[in-house]
Design a protein around this ligand. Structure first.
Ligand SMILES: *Cc1c(COP(=O)(O)O)cnc(C)c1O
Length: 371
């Protein structure tokens, strides 16, 4: 039995009919851009993420760019980012005119290393920093990141594209963030029917600034207080997300169950599976299995033979990308991001993955032990 790495078609009974009804309603009322579905989504996200306000936008990359612009990042400004993240984090800085400085990760939680970060702040005097919550959890030292930046008045943007649904110290991961971003790319934990994103704001001033930037700098329909761009959220996306949120808790519970099962069973076979630090309740976004780099090709081969899908998130560090050349303003720390890139393997983990599929993955991994 083949097991896909991800299958986005496992909708709950009744979901597709309800969505079809929604599509008809939106079209009848031509609620294509903005409108009540977008407002309802923003209200829901504000409540769920326990923040002051939310601005829907076109995608998660734009969400980062809106945040960077809102805190004043422009030509030549240095911005700290982790060396292990999705390329969009790097791009967003460059697209705002900034120069990224990469900071190595901590091998324990796989997030940006706090000590290296503090050193990088001293050395590079950045205009802002982006902390990425990767893999469905966050840094073990999140409170220290936030306190340190607040004390130094250094804007800290939290790239939360993978973190929707994560709980930290019993509350939403985003509670207490100055600015955080979400991506609703279909393969994220909360995915849309296209590209979409959002910015979570800790004050109404930031919310207004972000909203203005993402809507042509508008102060009135044809009055423009600043140069922004168009990053508005569509009505279909908002409606799809509102509908999906009704099922979200069940989807996350399903992911968490499977993540837990891998975490129990894979170590019995001798594989190391990463887990969220204390204080976190993960959302089950990704399975992160670490292999000795020399063992990985053999394990992949066995999985391929069994038709089991897998991921390599991410296969390379940001500072090593050919596109980074000419933009990178510095690189702080050791080689942990590269080491992770050469040892990571992600097994299928998505909502409603069936028990017999998990068993299929595990038996392939059992065969791969000697590989
Ligand atoms: C997906 C992702 C993004 C980009 O989001 P898009 O909606 O695809 O633009 C940014 N950062 C991280 C960590 C992501 O996983």
């Amino acid at each position: 039995m083949a097991v896909p790495f991800i299958d986005l078609r496992r909708f709950e009974p009744g979901f597709l009919d309800r969505w079809a009804g929604k599509c008809r309603e939106i079209t009848e009322h031509t609620r294509f851009v903005g409108g009540p579905d977008v407002t309802a989504l923003e209200t829901q996200l504000t409540q769920r993420c326990e923040v002051t306000g939310t601005v829907g936008c076109a995608n998660g990359t734009d969400a980062l760019q809106l945040c960077l612009r809102a805190v004043g990042v422009g030509e030549g400004d240095r911005v700290l980012i982790p060396d292990s993240t999705f390329w969009a984090t790097f791009e967003a800085v460059v697209n705002c005119g900034g120069k990224p400085v990469t900071v190595d990760i901590n091998p324990e939680d796989l997030q940006m290393d706090f000590d290296a970060f503090c050193g990088a702040v001293e050395e590079f005097q950045p205009k802002a920093a982006i902390l990425v919550h990767l893999y469905g959890w966050g840094s073990a030292r999140l409170a220290e990141f936030r306190d340190f930046c607040r004390q130094r008045k250094l804007p800290l943007i939290e790239d939360g594209a993978q973190g929707f649904g994560v709980r930290w110290r019993g509350e939403s991961l985003y509670r207490g963030a100055q600015l955080a971003t979400l991506s609703f790319y279909p393969a994220k934990v909360l995915g849309s029917c296209g590209d979409a994103g959002a910015v979570l704001c800790s004050s109404t001033e930031l919310e207004e600034k972000v909203r203005q930037l993402g809507n042509h700098g508008r102060t009135g329909h044809y009055d423009h207080g600043l140069v922004g761009w168009n990053s508005r959220l569509g009505g279909f996306d908002a409606a799809f997300l509102n509908l999906s949120l009704e099922y979200f808790d069940a989807r996350v519970a399903s992911r968490q169950r499977i993540a837990k099962l891998y975490r129990q069973r894979l170590p019995e076979l001798g594989f190391k599976v990463c887990e969220a630090p204390e204080d976190y309740e993960e959302n089950g976004y990704l399975n992160v299995t670490l292999l000795p780099p020399e063992q990985r090709p053999g394990v992949r081969e066995v999985l391929q033979k069994h038709g089991v899908g897998y991921g390599t998130v991410y296969p390379g560090a940001m500072s090593q990308q050919s596109g980074a050349e000419g933009f990178l303003a510095g690189r702080v720390g050791g080689e942990q991001a590269e080491l992770l890139a050469s040892s990571v393997l992600n097994l299928p983990l998505f909502a409603y993955l069936r028990p017999q599929e998990v068993e299929e993955v595990l038996s392939a991994m059992e065969e791969a032990v000697g590989a």
